[in-house]
Design a protein around this ligand. Structure first.
Ligand code: ZN
Length: 497
């Protein structure tokens, strides 16, 4: 089969999309504040052109040669398995892009802008009632969207599917339930131990030195600065224009150097994925990241499983001490390791440690189930939120700003997104366990600063596969087991018990 024409058209569409990404990156890093209105015009124009090209006659004609555009069935059975996967995924993306009537897209965009504004006001005023009608509207619109995209499956599964193709609430629910019980048990144990402040608490850490140490770690991880760069931004992120240009941002605090370092390593993990996809399939599903959950598995694997391990710090701690002799020379590796592994229930998801983090996600997942699968009114959600925090984390948020109003996601209409964070944590441990089996003395290698064998293993097993397999198929094919909470719970127990 000659799929050249298809590849070329998709590469053009992706190139258009990459222009929006450059504009977005600039907006978050260097753009002068006064340019915001014109930047919005630039972005609106480029994304309209990208959407037109994606839904226009050229791609439709090319795709129609191989796929029945009504049903998605392939028109002949001569394709290799990789070609079959490619066509199915291209069709899936095309279906998403063409499923929504233009009037509906406009309505959603308008409602979204109003909802985000109301959410900001509500959070500031600590008053859920300001946001309530907008959240009700966003839920209604999300249900309508699901009906347009795929009326044959449950609306919530359809929303999940957008971020984690093939995933369903029926698969997640039992795994999450066992995960919750496991974490609650570990947390009970952790909270019986005395909590001491870090030995360096109150000492400021020079920002430039933090930056330099972060660059050393990224370099050791194999992040290619010839095909990427790091800058600062308020909210750290990774963006890719092409495998030859994958950029990350980070942020620093003099008072909390682990926050900046964790975010550098986290984004570095995302970036290794994007630098590691197959460039010859640029713009196609075979040259793209698999799913949000798998993407997050790469960032969490580097940030936590590697970046908070004893092996990693055996090599890197003396180097960190060399940057910060006054602050750290009197702190032993063991006390450093203990200090970076504190766990404690807290109200805010983004500030949570690795023991409690997933409980925050599970609560959001359970509330999303209520919104989409039951008639629970939105007005009842703040109280349910508080009850679940009390039940799972043992603390009750005193305000809605520290409770249901803390995250931006629902105000943008992002439902079914939160679970991908937890999936990332679960996959990261499953993948690392397998890497340990396949890479001889992996932990000894990490303890001498050799991070490249792991990076290359991930390149080969995860990054170059793209979307040839679904996330569940990918994890099963690499590890021999489907999605499971076991590896993650074992990892937590080993570290915190
Ligand atoms: Zn991430």
């Amino acid at each position: 089969m000659d799929l050249t024409q298809l590849k070329e058209e998709l590469a053009q569409i992706a190139t258009l999309g990459s222009i929006s990404a450059v504009l977005n990156w600039d907006q978050e890093t260097y753009m002068p504040a006064g340019a915001i209105d014109f930047r919005s015009e630039q972005l609106a124009l480029v994304s309209a052109l990208t959407h037109q090209r994606h839904t226009g006659p050229a791609l439709k004609k090319i795709l129609g040669q191989w796929v029945d555009l009504e049903t998605g069935k392939l028109l002949n059975d001569q394709f290799s398995s990789r070609e079959t996967a490619l066509l199915k995924e291209v069709y899936r993306d095309w279906k998403y892009a063409t499923a929504l009537p233009e009037s509906f897209v406009t309505e959603v965009a308008k409602a979204q802008a109003q909802s985000q504004h109301a959410w900001q006001q509500a959070k500031k005023a600590n008053q859920f009632s300001i946001f309530e009608p907008h959240l009700t509207k966003m839920v209604t619109l999300a249900k309508q969207k699901a009906a347009y995209v795929n009326p044959h499956i449950a609306p919530y599964d359809c929303l999940l599917d957008e971020f984690e193709p093939g995933m369903t609430a029926a698969v997640l629910t039992p795994v999450f339930e066992r995960l919750r019980q496991g974490i609650v048990d570990i947390l009970k144990h952790v909270q019986t131990k005395p909590q001491h402040p870090a030995p360096w608490e109150g000492k400021p850490f020079d920002i430039q030195k933090q930056w330099d140490f972060g660059i050393d770690v990224l370099t050791a991880m194999g992040y290619d600065f010839n095909r990427g760069r790091q800058d600062k931004s308020a909210h750290p992120f990774t963006t890719q224009f092409h495998p030859t240009d994958v950029r990350i941002t980070t942020r620093f605090s003099e008072q909390d150097f682990m926050d900046g370092l964790s975010s550098t390593i986290h984004e570095g993990g995302h970036a290794l994925y994007e630098q590691g996809v197959d460039p010859s399939w640029f713009g196609t599903p075979l040259g793209s990241a698999n799913s949000l959950g798998v993407h997050e598995s790469q960032s969490r694997l580097w940030e936590n499983v590697v970046g908070k391990s004893k092996a990693f710090w055996t090599h890197f701690y003396p180097k960190l001490q060399a940057y910060f002799p006054e602050e750290l020379d009197s702190v032993s590796l063991d006390s450093f390791y203990t200090a970076i592994h504190k766990a404690k229930s807290s109200f805010i998801r983004v500030a949570a440690d690795e023991v409690t983090y997933n409980l925050h996600i599970l609560i959001r997942f359970e509330l999303e189930q209520l919104m989409f699968n039951t008639n629970t009114p939105v007005s009842a959600l703040p109280q349910i939120w508080k009850e679940k925090y009390t039940q799972y984390l043992g603390i009750t948020p005193p305000t809605d700003s520290e409770g249901i109003l803390q995250d931006v996601h629902w105000s943008c209409g992002l439902f079914g997104y939160f679970p991908t964070y937890t999936l990332g944590n679960l996959y990261s441990c499953q993948l690392f366990n397998q890497a340990k089996k396949e890479i001889p003395s992996l932990e000894e290698k990490i303890a001498t600063g050799q991070l490249l064998p792991l990076k290359e293993w991930l390149n080969q097993k995860v990054h170059r596969i793209g979307r040839e397999k679904s996330a569940q198929e990918l994890i099963t094919s690499i590890t021999g087991e489907p999605l499971s909470e076991k590896a993650f719970l074992a990892y937590l127990s080993q570290k915190y018990s």
